[in-house]
Design a protein around this ligand. Structure first.
Ligand code: HEM
Length: 272
């Protein structure tokens, strides 16, 4: 997985934050905070207010992007997911990756349809240059309406991701029995092309993207089946969806990535 370089940041602080001892202490604390998460940010417990579903959630304080995951106690090919993210005057999209990578694994993205609803589709990227095309396979999304909503400034999409866990997709059911895995997220604030279509053209995730550590041990719940029963019908993929091409979760080329904890992005919102 990509490692962030913290050494540049350290010298930046030490050069600009000499000052009084109080300032120095503050800067040392900041340093520690910035330097310690050399690994990806880990999910924390989050309970959805509408449904009571208990997620393990990655939340980017700067981007406002959240992705939550809930699992049954015994490994299964399904999980409950929740994407929550701000929109820029009704525009933007957010998504997750089953691994920390963009290329290869099963991706899913959601965005406003422009008519008060939400469109989502599964994607698979063959490269990092093009809009990843829509794919279909033995997986399906079943929205949980009670915790799904969209307005001009925010989108919440809660769903049962059925058949989404398989080794060929990047994350197997068996792997979810482990303690933690790496997953990925992405958020764009520009309008998508052809937004009413599952094949909408997603622009680059200009707000942020990266990987995070999903604490799966804490994501498992005996209440999973009760929550999963809230899900509606499976959404059909678009007519142009290509079959998912299996073979693992992509190469993981270890390229640079701008995790939300980084200061590199152009986020202008909260910093806490
Ligand atoms: C037009 C659409 C997209 C473009 C042009 C694009 C482009 C890129 C590029 C250039 C990187 C790598 C940056 C680097 O290595 O420095 C990247 C990374 C990433 N992208 Fe995308 N992306 C797109 C859509 C998506 C979608 C739909 C998702 C998920 C739903 C996604 C998830 C990720 C993740 C998790 C990473 C970080 C891990 C990695 O580097 O593979 N991307 N993307």
């Amino acid at each position: 997985m990509p490692q962030h370089s913290h050494s540049a940041r350290r010298s930046w602080w030490s050069r600009r934050m000499p000052g009084s001892s109080a300032t120095l202490n503050t800067s040392l604390l900041l340093l520690a905070a910035l330097a310690s998460p050399s690994a990806a940010q880990t999910t924390t417990a989050f309970t959805d207010q509408e449904t009571g579903i208990q997620f393990q959630r990655f939340f980017g304080a700067k981007s406002g992007f959240g992705f939550g995951i809930a699992l049954p106690t015994a490994p299964s090919t399904s999980f409950i997911g929740q994407l929550t993210f701000p929109l820029a005057r009704g525009a933007g999209w957010g998504g997750f990756s089953l691994t920390g990578d963009m290329e290869g694994p099963l991706l899913m993205a959601a965005w406003p349809d422009g008519a008060g609803g939400i469109v989502s589709s599964f994607r698979q990227a063959a490269n990092e240059d093009d809009n990843p095309p829509e794919v279909s396979g033995g997986f399906a999304v079943r929205p949980i309406a009670a915790a799904t909503s969209v307005n001009a400034t925010f989108l919440s999409y809660t769903f049962l991701c059925e058949g989404c866990l398989d080794a060929s997709l990047g994350l197997s059911a068996a792997e979810t029995a482990g303690a933690a895995v790496e997953m990925g997220w992405a958020l764009g604030s520009r309008a998508v092309g052809n937004q009413a279509s599952t094949a909408a053209v997603l622009n680059f995730h200009n707000v942020g993207f990266g990987d995070f550590k999903a604490n799966l041990a804490a994501a498992r719940s005996a209440e999973f089946d009760t929550w999963a029963a809230l899900a509606g019908d499976a959404l059909a993929p678009g007519a142009g969806a290509q079959p998912f091409s299996g073979g693992g979760g992509g190469g993981g080329d270890g390229g640079f990535d701008s995790g939300d904890e980084d200061d590199g992005g152009n986020d202008s919102d909260d910093d806490d």
